[in-house]
Design a protein around this ligand. Sequence first.
Ligand code: NIG
Ligand code: FE
Length: 419
Amino acid sequence: MIADLILYNIGTLVTGKELEKKDEKDMENIEVLENGYLAIKDGKILSVGEGEYPKELQNEKTELIDVNGKVITPGIIDSHTHLVHYGSRENELPLKIKGVPYLEILKQGGGILSTVRNTRKATEKELYDKAYDVLNRMAKFGVTTVESKSGYGLDLENELKQLEVNKKLNENHPLDLVSTFLGAHAVPEEYIGNTKGYIDEVIKMLKVVKEKDLAEFCDIFCEDSVFDVAESRHILNEAKKEGFKLRIHADEIVSLGGAELAGEIGAVSAEHLMAVSDEGIKELAKNNVIANILPATSFNLGKNYAPVRKMINEGVTVALSTDYNPGSCPCENIQLVMNIASAQIKMTPIEIIKATTINAAKVVCRENEIGSLEVGKKADLVIYDVNNLNYIFYNIGINHVNDVFKEGKQIVKNKELCF
Ligand code: NIG
Ligand code: FE
C-alpha cells in the first residue's frame, strides 16, 4: 500500500506501544525507536519502524516530511477536564491565598456554585465559543483528544446545554471529545438541605442523557460535604443500570473511601486521589481501576500530591490529566502538568508520556484507536522542537510542541494552528 504521508528521520519516536513489563512496578514499558519513520494512510498509521522507510510505501503523490532528528510522541489525551463552563473565579484568589479552604468557599455559595450561576445564564453559543478557544490552545500544547464533563448546570436544561456543546465541539473541532455527565458535581442552591431530592433529580437526568446519547461516562464528586460514599454508590449504580461507564472524583481532599468505591463498583477510573488510603490503593490495583492523577490541581490548591510512586509500586495503572476547570485548576497546559509530574511526583519522562497517551486512552476507553502509534490506529501525533525526550522535562514552563497531526492532518504547524 502507498502512504499519503511519510515522516522520516525521527530522532526519538515514542510509539507508546506497550511492551511486556519487566516486573509489576515497571511503568516504562513502552516502545521507543531511534531514527524512526511513520507512514500514514487515510488518517491511520500504515507502517512504523526504525531506519530508512521502505521505498515501496512511496509514490509521486506521497508527501514526505523530514523531522530532522526531533522527537515524536502519540497525540496527548487530556482525559479529565471540565471544559464547558462560563465565567471565571479570580475573585476567589485572595481568599485562597489567605487560606480559606476550597470546600469552605463552596459551602459559602462560591466555588462550583458560582460557576453554576454563570453557566446557567450563558447561551449555548457563548459556552461553545469559550470552549472552542480553549481546545485551540490545548491543541497547540499537543493534545488531540479531550474528555469533557458537564456539572455546572445541575438541572436538566442546563446539563443538557453543556452536553450539547460537547457534541457540537466533537463534530466541528478537529480534536475528538469524549463526553461525561457530572450532574452530581454539587448540590445546587435550590436543593441545599435536600440532597436526597437532588439525587432523585440526577437519576431522572441520567435517563434523559442516555436517551439522547449525550454522554458515555457518568462521574460524581464523592467528597466530604458534597456526595458521601453511600450517595455516590447509589447514583453510580443507577448510572451503571442505564449503561454508562463510570468514573469518580475520589479522595481528593478528604479520605472518604472513594477509591474503594471505585473498585467495588467497577469504575474505569478514580480521579485526584490526593487523600487516598493504602487500602484504597490496593483496591485500585486489585480491580484494575485506573488512577487518573491531576497534579496541577494539587499545585494550584497548594496541597499534597497523590502518592503516585506508591500506586505504581502496587501495580496501579496511572494516567495524568489537567483537570482544567474554573476553580481548583484553571490550567489548559498539559505540558505544565507533565513538568509538575516530573519535578514533584518523580515520574520519569517515559512514565509521563505513558500516563498521558496509552494510559489516558484507557481512561476514555479508546485504547484500540488512540494512545499509541501502531499500525491501524489513528495517526494522532506530536512533533516536539527538541532533540531528546528529557529536554521537555528539563526546560520547564514553555511549549515544546512544534507540530500536531490529528488523524493524519496537520492542525498545528510551527506552533500555529493551521486548520
Ligand atoms: O475536579 N473537585 C471537583 N471538581 C473540580 C473543580 C470544580 C470547580 O472548582 O469548579 C475538580 O477539581
Ligand atoms: Fe475534576
